[in-house]
Design a protein around this ligand. Structure first.
Ligand SMILES: Nc1ncnc2c1ncn2[C@@H]1O[C@H](COP(=O)(O)OP(=O)(O)OP(=O)(O)O)[C@@H](O)[C@H]1O
Length: 593
């Protein structure tokens, strides 16, 4: 429950909507209880008038009594109708305030979680899967909203209505009130119990539903593999299997729900029977009128709602508390990568790694061992090495996706941990190894890193990345949508769009992480030629597998198992006749073949 305290700030924020909401709950209940008293009076009136009517048997006045009686009954009917209308109006206002507030809070909470997600670092995203992140911002917030709206509204409603009805009952006749109320706690206890079963079964359905949808999603994402390996029949059987589980879970829920309502009706019926019986005895004693019995029957029926709401609200609150706990877990996670300062930062591009070592916290793999190098403004540094030798890790460290464990990384002589994080990252144009493009137009994908762009800039960047001709070849050119609902770019085209995205920012530091692996050597040469113009005056780090990509670099590092094993210019490294030489020879042979 204490987890829900996080939401109190929102209740406070929307207090001028919540307070009138509570007032409307009270008023709607007040007008809900009143008709019972009107009906009692009408009932007693009927009884009296019938006696009076009989008394005037054979007199002329009898017709008049009849008319007055009919007229007053009509008035009472109209009064009950009017009270119901007023109650309806307050019910409308109650929903308009409380449920509306819950929607406002839901919106705020979603934004709070989302903007917190944006601040969290890579280590957090490594630890938690996307499905979980999405669930907390959608499903969990949804459950919390049920607490903010319906649960709060029905809780207040339940309390107010119970107090009003019970007070009215006791004021009429305490003995009858006691007897009529007797089955209500039993009713509540049974409802709580049944509700628990319903909850358990709904949870099972939810779980099965998410298994089912993940299964379907994965099958469709991998449909090519499924078809190539002829696994359609197998997938169909597995789907039928999962569907069966889902159906069984749904049937189990329906069964419980089927008992739920008859049970309520049984207990309410029991209360009514007791009311009529005990009420009859009291009428005989002369302590109450028969109108009171009618009034009581209405009260007992009105108490059905709070009894049901109690069980329902309890489960809503329990679920919301569990969801808010999960949300709080993420909200309380603080990013390990914190900004070192506020304000602006403009780099010239002087990069220094001094004895940098790094171990991935989750796996304990030491990816970088005591690495030192320097890139002066305008220089090109290349990094080669076997897969898993730590090349991408160096790029990640330079962008502060992770912080180094020992040693220092400096930009323009300043430790990057002391720089304003966002301003510092904006100085780097990064082309990652695994390209990610958004389901958006090509132009928007290229312009992603900028707040404002002109078409000419987008086209210029596309030309530099040697993808311009491909793009204008598409029917809608730069406005072509890519991704799920659009066209699929080839691996090489994606890489080049990703390069254009980095270039458009015109940053003083460029990092290319093995981003030419999917283009042929001819296109690679074209890109490199273009890049050599872009790279002028910028510090560039080129991570590559192919020696051909990097041979013109000012300095080359050869990495093995996280450490630099050789370094120097292309010629110097060839002269060494070490690992670099071997790699070069091997690749020459491959090209000839
Ligand atoms: N996020 C991560 N969490 C844990 N370990 C990681 C993570 N990323 C990489 N590693 C490990 O760190 C080591 C270095 O990986 P890195 O990606 O830097 O290699 P690389 O030289 O770029 O390889 P490739 O050329 O295949 O891209 C590898 O052993 C890898 O398994």
């Amino acid at each position: 429950m204490s987890h829900l305290a996080h939401l109190n700030k929102y209740f406070y924020k929307y207090r001028w909507r919540m307070i009138p909401g509570v007032v409307f709950v009270v008023l709607s209940n007040y007008f809900g209880v009143l008709p019972a008293q009107v009906i009692r009076i009408a009932f007693d009136l009927v009884k009296e008038n019938i006696s009076m009517y009989r008394l005037f048997q054979g007199f002329e006045r009898q017709q008049m009594v009849y008319e007055v009686f009919g007229y007053s009954l009509l008035l009472f009917g109209a009064l009950v109708l009017l009270l119901s209308l007023i109650r309806g109006l307050f019910l409308f206002l109650m929903r308009q305030t409380i449920i509306l507030t819950s929607r406002h809070i839901e919106y705020d909470l979603k934004n709070e979680i989302y903007s917190h997600y944006q601040q969290l670092d890579m280590a957090f995203y490594r630890r938690n899967n996307t499905g979980d992140l999405m669930n907390r911002v959608t499903e969990d917030v949804n459950r919390v909203r049920s607490y903010l709206g319906p649960a709060v509204m029905y809780s207040i409603n339940t309390v107010v209505l119970s107090v009003m009805v019970i007070a009215a009952m006791i004021s009429v006749n305490p003995t009858l009130a006691l007897y009529a109320l007797m089955p209500i706690p039993i009713l509540s206890a049974i409802l709580l119990f049944v509700n628990k079963i319903i909850n358990r079964r709904s949870e099972r359905i939810q779980r099965q539903l998410s298994t089912l949808s993940s299964f379907v999603q994965e099958t469709f994402s991998g449909i090519r593999v499924v078809k190539t390996y002829n696994r359609e029949a197998d997938k169909r059987d597995r789907f039928a299997d999962e569907s069966n589980h889902y159906r069984d879970a749904s049937l189990a829920l329906v069964k419980t729900e089927a008992i739920f309502f008859p049970l309520i009706l049984l207990l309410i019926g029991l209360s009514t029977v007791i009311t009529v019986y005990v009420g009859g005895l009291e009428v005989a004693k002369g302590t109450i009128t028969s109108g009171n019995i009618a009034e009581f029957i209405i009260y007992v029926n009105q108490l059905t709602f709070p009894a049901m709401a109690l069980a329902w609200v309890t489960s809503l609150i329990q679920r919301a508390a569990a969801s808010q706990k999960r949300i709080n877990e993420f909200l309380r996670t603080q990013p390990e990568i914190q900004t070192g300062a506020q304000g602006h930062f403009q780099a010239t591009g002087h990069i220094q790694f001094e004895n940098v070592s790094f171990t991935y916290p989750d796996t304990g793999i030491q990816a970088v061992r005591n690495v030192s190098f320097e890139v002066k403004p305008g220089e090109v540094l290349a990094i080669v090495g076997k897969t898993g030798s730590g090349k991408s890790t160096l790029a990640n460290l330079l962008m502060r996706m992770y912080d180094v464990h020992s040693g220092t990384i400096r930009i323009d002589g300043q430790d990057i941990r002391r720089l304003p994080l966002q301003a510092f990252r904006s100085q780097i144009g990064f082309v990652p190894q695994d390209v990610f493009l958004f389901s958006d137009t090509i132009a928007n994908n290229i312009a992603f890193g900028l707040d404002e762009t002109h078409q000419t800039e987008v086209e210029e960047a596309a030309k530099r990345a040697a993808v311009y001709d491909n793009i204008i070849g598409f029917e809608h050119g730069f406005e072509t949508t890519i991704g799920e609902r659009g066209i699929t770019l080839s691996g090489g085209q994606k890489q080049r769009v990703s390069i254009a995205r980095a270039l458009i920012k015109k940053p003083p530091i460029l990092i290319f992480d093995d981003c030419l692996s999917a283009v042929d050597t001819k296109t690679e040469e074209e890109i490199l030629r273009n890049l050599s113009v872009v790279m002028q005056g910028k510090s560039t780090i080129f991570i590559a597998h192919r020696v051909s990509t990097i041979k013109n670099a000012d300095h080359i590092l050869v990495l093995d198992d996280g450490a630099i094993i050789e370094q120097g210019s292309h010629e110097a490294l060839l002269a060494l006749r070490g690992s670099y030489f071997e790699l070069h020879e091997k690749q020459l042979l491959e090209e000839e073949v």
